[in-house]
Design a protein around this ligand. Sequence first.
Ligand code: ADP
Ligand code: ZN
Length: 733
Amino acid sequence: MAAEAVYLHVAVPLPVHALYTYVHEVALAPGTPVVVPYGRRELVGWVIDQTGPPPRPAKAILRILADTPVFTDEQLTLYRWISDYYLAPLGEVIASASPSDARNRTRRVYFPTEAGIEAIAGEPPVGGLGQILREVVARPGVTRAALERRLLAEVEDVPRGIAALLTGALVRVEDVVIAAREQRPRPARAKGAPRTSAPALNEEQAAAVEAVFSPAGGPPARTTLLHGVTGAGKTEVYLALAKRVIAAGRQVLVLVPEIALTPQLTARFDDRFPGEVAVLHSGLTGAQRLREWRQIQRGEVCIAVGARSAVFAPFRSLGLIVVDEEHDDSYKQEEGLRYHARDVAVVRGRQVGCPVVLGSATPSLESWFNARSGRYGLLSLRHRATARPVPTPQVVDMRLERMPDGKVPLIAPVVRAAVAAALDAGGKAILLYNRRGYASFVECPGCGQAYECPSCGVSMVYHRGSGRLDCHYCGFHRMFQSDCPKCGTTLEVLGQGTERVEEVLAATFPGVPIARMDADTTAERGSHARILDRFRDGDARLLVGTQIVAKGHDFPDVHVAAVLGCDHILGMPDFRSAERCFALVTQLCGRAGRGHVAGEVFLQTTHPEHPVFSCIGDMAAFADHESRIRRMLRYPPFSRLILLRCEGVEREATLAAAKALAALLKQQCQAGVDVLGPAFAALPKLVGRYRVQVVLRGRDVAALRSVVTRYHTSWTPPHGVRLIVDVDPRAVA
Ligand code: ADP
Ligand code: ZN
């Protein structure tokens, strides 16, 4: 063997930046999945390239998992870019980008017991055990591997900890069967004639389609921002583009923020291109996902519609990437590999030389800025495709709506009257209140006791439906008792949520069926679609909910859309809060008046003068206003940020680690890079861990990255503290 030994670089899915060298008898193609020894463990890794003999003797590859590579050279190029840009180990990038192997037939998963949840409130086990327990409470159904990965820096021996928690009945175990390799073949896709035909495109749409393929003043394959008012017919533009690309024998990738929220878009692609559409989303089992993936790989479909991770879909000859609602935050993965799927899409398009279309009625300031500065193309659809224009909202100043008892009503009289009129006319209404639950906090007027999550230190939210107090951050919960357990006084419930709005609506419009859509009513698979179906069919005529109700639905008989409350978004300590609120309010306005009745839109606020409300309908005005602030404060898009966050159970140790890190960065920093912090995060404690962060800011992201690679790789956080690196963080508060 020694004579012909081949040395191979293998990437392993661990938070280590190095590639490891293993020896094998014959060369293996890049992308070949292999099992390698790693310490006392065996790991699945991927061959990256061939290399020379290492200084120390190399261990041998144990097994080869497949004869054919699981990714192409094109994909490897993208993975390398991601690894470099997001400062993430290549093995972790490949692991996140690939569908999980469906060969694992059962998976051992862990759930908290009621006693476990009680222990968090009372006396949580100390040290590592407590941390494992909190993690299980926060992620019921978590696997051992996931626990090990998440607790790498903090807990020495996770398996032993789990065993102790099982013995103490604080945690229970379940073996879930993953729908393994199906015996029956997938029902053949019923490729056939389109079920819908394309409407004749209007002038703006037709011009947009032309400009994507032959842009004026830019290279033919570039990124284009398609800014179109809600209902402008962006989807028809995507469909027309797709048709051409497919006719030319190439493939189309369509990214949507969340499949469950956009069933209509998926259906429209499937109707227009029957049998050609693979759908990728997080609701699929491992085996289902793998099946869709293989179909794409084998070229059996030419369109994939999917959420964030579909950006990695293994097409061989991509002709177009569409990112719908490109401003949506759900494109950013906030765990593990913290990538932004829109940005990865732009890079992938550039690498393969295909156009990328970013669509939105409320583009992100980054994309807007890129389009304005000529980096991206800019196409506008200014008018709705249907007869009715986007309604002009009426801003309702809630400061003037105070009732004689001093309270502010949930629904202003003018909004109530409009909803009543809509119902009388046979129409429907959508009402948004951006907080779920019944009451946002609970307090004892007798002894002042407040109800906070012991792991996160935030107010617990009262849910009347379940009779529980819930932490919205970590899953900790307890039953609600109406009397204070300490002093017996009847507890006071304060603040509002969608459950309360539903109650008020039921009292105001007796007999009118109401549907509520928020994270509580949509936890079950398929529940979104059921709620939307009920609303479409008229089994519900009022739809109330959190921001989910504002997302892309197209119902012709919605006469009224109203924001009952979203001001607290503006109060969030986050530089993007105004942008986020503007997008939400604009999207909601777009739900009304899509049929032949003109819609009415109301925005209830105590800040009517805020540009979020005064600029509705005028993206340019909002962007100008917001840009002035961002430029002044040196926030993106006028700078780039990298967030470094230390997280640990011990407050002082975590703070000390962050201080040491900040000091090191400051000492070594070059001109043009600011080091901000250390400071506690806006949520200073989450799932039992304190969070202290340092932010790097500068104009040049490459300079920021080099600061991190040079100094953070030489700095390891002390035991018990983990370091999270977030390039282009969505929030820095
Ligand atoms: P957007 O994605 O911009 O919100 P859609 O593509 O959903 O808009 O279009 C809104 C509505 O207008 C849909 O009901 C769609 O069928 C219709 N529509 C779009 N383009 C045309 C067109 N050229 N002719 C007729 N109806 C159209
Ligand atoms: Zn919590």
